[in-house]
Each structure stands twice: as C-alpha cells, then as structure tokens.
Ligand binder design. Structure first.
Ligand code: HEM
Length: 123
C-alpha cells in the first residue's frame, strides 16, 4: 500500500480539491449528514480540502488556519455511529470514483478514509 504522505505527489491540488467538491455535493443530498453541516458548505469544503492536503503530504495550510487537527475530538459534538459512518464513507467513495487516478492511489485513499472514519465513530 502506498504511503499517505505520497498521495499528494500523485494527485496534486486539483484532484484533491475535486474529490472534496464531489464529496460535499453528495453530502448535500443525504439529509442525515446534511443537517449536521453548516448552512453554507463552502467554508467546510475549504477546511476538509486543507486537511487532506496536509495529511496527504502537501502544504500545511490546515495547521496554520485551524491548528492541530484533533479530529476525533472535533467530531465529539456529533453522535457518530456505524450507520452515519457508512453514509459518510459512501459519499467519499463516490467522490473518489469521480476522479481519475491510478488504482494503487485509489486503494490507498479508500484504506485511509475507511480507517479515519472508523476512528471517528463515538457511540
Ligand atoms: C464518520 C463520519 C463523519 C461525520 C458524520 C463527519 C461530520 C463532520 C461535520 C458535520 C463537520 C463540520 C463541517 C465543518 O464545519 O467543517 C466535520 C468537520 C470535519 N471533518 Fe468530519 N465527519 C466524519 C468523518 C470524517 C473523516 C473520516 C475525516 C477525515 C478523513 C473528517 C475530516 C473533517 C475535517 C478536517 C473537518 C473540519 C475540522 C475543523 O477544522 O473544524 N471527517 N465533520
């Protein structure tokens, strides 16, 4: 499996941005998820984009703007069970499917998001 830190090298800014855009388009169509997110999705889109640039080995804009990610803690305010995790993952997997990339990179992304989403379950 490819290291997360080299995903940025394979995809670059544009494709990571595109994944995030597709992800939020999908989230907007899933009421159980949509109701958790702010009315204006644009700032949320930017935060996820910055975060992914950072974890995938790109610029550390996220750290400058938002500080240490502490993602699990930041997600405590929502009750995330297995069902909600699966809805989130469906949106992300759909987003990944919309963007052209090598299958090796796709596998790394799917594995990363599966692991991260499991980590966010808090009930
Ligand atoms: C498992 C189900 C998940 C749910 C229901 C969920 C839900 C949310 C919601 C409602 C927000 C607020 C949006 C905003 O204002 O920025 C958020 C923020 C965020 N989520 Fe998730 N999330 C999930 C999993 C994940 C995963 C797996 C990741 C990382 C791969 C992630 C990364 C982020 C980031 C980076 C933010 C912005 C944090 C900040 O800087 O404030 N989330 N999430």
């Amino acid at each position: 499996m490819q290291e997360e830190s080299s995903i940025y090298e394979s995809l670059g800014d544009e494709k990571i941005k595109s994944i995030v855009t597709h992800f939020y388009k999908r989230v907007a169509q899933v009421p159980e998820l949509r109701k958790l997110y702010p009315k204006d999705l644009a700032p949320a889109e930017e935060r996820l984009y910055w975060f992914l640039l950072h974890v995938f080995g790109g610029p550390s804009t996220y750290l400058e703007k938002r500080g240490h990610p502490m993602l699990r803690r930041r997600h405590f305010q929502w009750q995330i069970d297995g069902t909600l995790r699966d809805k989130w993952l469906d949106c992300m997997n759909h987003a990944i499917d919309q963007v052209a990339m090598e299958s090796k990179v796709r596998d790394s992304l799917s594995a990363y998001f599966l692991n991260a989403a499991n980590h966010m379950v808090n009930r």
